[in-house]
Design a binder for this molecule. Structure first.
Ligand code: UDX
Length: 448
């Protein structure tokens, strides 16, 4: 029998491309043939993956209708889905109609491609949905429409610290939000996504049992299709080559010159931005902490500035103890012995990567699932602290010193983080929970 063809379609954002391509590598190593659909927007460099076939979905006009700010990511995503038929139908049907000895294909798509689910159902293609975020987010998404109906959303400022009974340990202020997107639009989007999941053949989640077993169980009870927790995906495959920006490896050489556990790594992922005032506070918070740091300042991440415009005196103040790069090889940075803490926006990939390397976190979430992820870091796993309210240099300095220099407080967090790292290392062993789930997934796909 020929190899089963898997058609993978990541959402074209860094935090979604990485786990999908890690899944591709994993399934390819299990004998499946891989075809990747990718959009013109944030298209993937196919030359890095000679073993896969790539099919470009021409979406230029839709992507260009929106600004590149984070606020437009959801609106762009909805527009893609609304044009799903026109964009993907031909691509999908031409692959499906190819005559060869291979058995039927299976489509594995990011959960945000919800309309593609209906298209695939019509074409009778089995589908699996990849959730690149946590299992908990699936429960949050499922409950969101009910919270809107009960009048809890939009969240009133006075209720931000109120617990969400249905979603403990979340507080109202942790619920998913994206600035430019109304709660009605979000509600409808999440309803569509959950409906699509229910009609898929199964859900793959980039998480592992030791950190989210309750959340997985709760979600599994609510949907009629199997859930496969097979994370952390990046630990099953060689380092990702799917970076949309070029990583600056000079920070690794710089880290080689630093004391073990002394460096704070600062990065806010691929989409989060800050205004110039916050940037200045961040710069002085880092300088005043006197702690060595690697700081990723991504092009375009300072609103209204094209260039990194550091405050006067900053270079002198941090001379020798700071390194700024525009994009880092994050997996290697977090795994470096010199790194002792991670100031993060808590995108799910960054959160998982920190857990896998045992690096405690300073959390500064901004939008979408990041607030909820941060709540798990601080209140459930207790492996980090959170920076809340207006960002100000004094609070940054204090948080860094507390986490990295307060022997009692920092030591407890580091100990819990080591335990969590150990759990992550167990789940990927051949008898670990994620490895077992991967075997189940492979058998499941082969059974279609
Ligand atoms: C987005 C959303 O912001 C987040 O809420 C959701 O959970 C996932 O999608 P993103 O901003 O891309 O997340 O952050 P994250 O999920 O952490 O993914 C970023 C990826 O880029 C990580 O895999 C990280 O290793 C990588 N990265 C980041 C680098 O390789 N270099 C860097 O300098 C920064």
């Amino acid at each position: 029998m020929g190899k089963r063809v898997l058609l993978l379609f990541p959402l074209p954002y860094q935090g979604h491309i990485n786990p999908m391509l890690e899944l591709a590598a994993l399934l390819h190593s299990r004998g499946f043939s891989i075809t990747i659909f990718h959009t013109t927007f944030n298209s993937i460099d196919s030359t890095k993956y000679p073993s896969y076939r790539f099919i470009l979905v021409e979406d230029g006009e839709i992507a260009n209708r929106f600004t590149s700010t984070v606020d437009d990511t959801v609106l762009r995503m909805i527009a893609w889905n609304n044009s799903c038929e026109q964009l993907f139908y031909d691509c999908l049907t031409s692959v499906l109609s190819e005559k060869n000895e291979e058995p039927n294909a299976c489509l594995i798509m990011d959960m945000h491609w919800y309309n593609l689910q209906y298209l695939a159902n019509r074409l009778r293609v089995p589908t699996l949905v990849l959730r690149t975020g946590s299992a908990a987010t699936l429960n949050w998404f499922m409950t969101y429409p009910q919270l809107v109906q009960k009048g809890f959303i939009p969240v009133q400022e006075s209720q931000r610290n109120m617990p969400v009974i249905e979603l403990a340990p979340l507080r109202m202020g942790d619920l998913i939000r994206v600035d430019n997107c109304s709660h009605e639009v979000l509600r409808d989007l999440l309803t569509h996504e959950m409906d699509a999941i229910r009609t898929s053949s199964g859900v793959i989640v980039n998480t592992f049992d030791a950190i989210e077993s309750t959340e997985v169980e709760k979600f599994q009870k609510a949907i009629p299709v199997p859930v496969f927790c097979i994370g952390p995906l990046h630990k099953f495959t060689p380092p990702a080559r799917s970076s949309l920006l070029v990583p600056d490896h000079s920070c690794l050489e710089w880290l080689d010159t630093q004391v073990v556990g002394s460096v704070l790594y600062v990065s806010f992922g691929s989409l989060a931005c800050m205004n110039y005032e916050e940037f200045i506070e961040t710069a002085w918070g880092l300088a005043n902490s006197d702690q060595p740091f690697v700081w990723v300042v991504r092009p375009g991440s300072i609103l209204g500035k094209d260039e990194v415009d550091l405050p006067d005196g900053f270079i002198e103040a941090t001379n020798g103890h700071g390194k700024i790069v525009s994009w880092s090889p994050q997996h290697e940075v977090l795994a470096h012995a010199a790194v002792g803490a991670f100031w993060t926006h808590n995108g799910w990939n960054s959160t998982l990567e920190a857990i896998c390397e045992g690096v405690p976190m300073i959390c500064r979430p901004q939008f979408a699932d990041q607030m909820g992820n941060a709540r798990y870091v601080t209140d459930v796993w207790k492996v980090g602290i959170i920076l809340e309210g207006k960002l100000e240099r004094g609070m940054i300095e204090k948080a860094i010193k507390r986490l990295m220099r307060d022997d009692e407080f920092g030591a407890e967090i580091r100990q819990r983080m080591r335990a969590l790292k150990h759990e992550a290392s167990l789940c990927i062993k051949s008898d670990g929970s994620s490895s077992i789930n991967i075997d189940k997934l492979v058998n499941f796909i082969s059974s279609f």
